[in-house]
Design a protein around this ligand. Sequence first.
Ligand code: OOG
Ligand code: NI
Length: 463
Amino acid sequence: MTTTTFVSRDEIRHRFSTAMSAMYQSEVPQYEALLELVERVNRETLEKAPALAERFAEAGELKRLGVERHGAIRVGTAEELAMLRRLFAVMGMHPVGYYDLSEAGVPVHSTAFRPIDDASLARNPFRIFTSLLRLELIESAELRERAAAILVERDIFTRGTRELIALCEERGGLTDEQAERFVKEALETFRWHRDATVDLETYKALHAEHRLIADVVCFRGPHINHLTPRTLDIDDVQRRMPEAGMNPKAIIEGPPRRNCPILLRQTSFKALEERVCFAGDRQGTHTARFGEIEQRGVALTAKGRELYDRLLTASREQIQGLDNAAHQRVLAEVFSDFPDDEVVLRREGLAFFEYRLTAKGREEGAKRGADEGLETLIDQGLISARPITYEDFLPVSAAGIFQSNLGGGHHEIYAGNANRDAFEAALGATVTDELALYAAREKGSIERVHKRLSEREQLKLDG
Ligand code: OOG
Ligand code: NI
């Protein structure tokens, strides 16, 4: 009997994310320039801050930094979303979080497909922010029906992709050769198509309702609309974008610059106007694809997140219409109410941390009780706490990114339409709660520390 060796899902994801990045670099040359800039800024930042470099290396984050990125796509039907869930599962990516963008005037709701366990995140945390168009929010019944009719006609997956997904589900994995084919076939779904599936009039009608609707409905597939490398200094990249030939969006989304970065800060370069050939051989353009960068900080607990949301809301009126420098100044002021010290963040239960034994803890942990409280053990230098990186997204920031690239048209009629049940029904699965994942990671690390300390204690007693 021959045994089949499967390639790990982490490896398939790594290959896919590499292939996707190469494809996007050739499709959108400015993205290549952005990657170079981010790499340069990251290198300079690490050189200037050896302590940061050491910390990153220790946390295993340095290794993943060079391969880390997220992308975004938008789909039109439940069937497409459900199939994507199965496609991403082949690569160990699962739906985490529910994001309601209707609140911000964008007729979609979303999730992020991403790896979940620590080892997979450390290998390659590739994430895809995936939005489902909500045709039900379009007011005109005629337009709604027209869009739906166009969408049922298309199949965004190649036959090979469908076959390999089924094979993987049946056998529990893919061989090396199958994985190679899978990456190649699956990539086709995300490729840019210069030919629209509709005529120029239809495009214009959908575009007049919302540019996003035209973007989803009029093409053969959900072209990847941006890829986002992770930077260690987003302010520096924002500043240097123009000299590298990019036109940055006006402001950096998310929290202000801090000593202890929290959650996620994001900015992008503006979408490009691209030539499109419409049915009936009419030429036109479409503006959708851009490049983005992100800087990640510590994941916040429910309590920390509440404070973040409250301060962000409080700043909203004051930051209206400001340029980035003034915007950041106001934000920094408002966020002075958010503790910017790791110890305080931890003690006040505002952020998630991972605990581990220190060298001292490993050697002499046994003398002190394993039952001591965490704070005592930290004070005694037996264990250390490290911030857990936020791996997810922020709805207000996401809306800002959407809007800066889709025109800022306000569509308040969409607001207040969160519908997680409908999203999960379309997806064919429930989305994992991101806070539960961070909480489990923190709790697991505490249990491991206590277990190791008591094992040592037992060893000493026995000895
Ligand atoms: C997604 C925008 C959201 C992010 O990083 O928050 C996003 C889109 O434009 O499709 O990617
Ligand atoms: Ni993004």
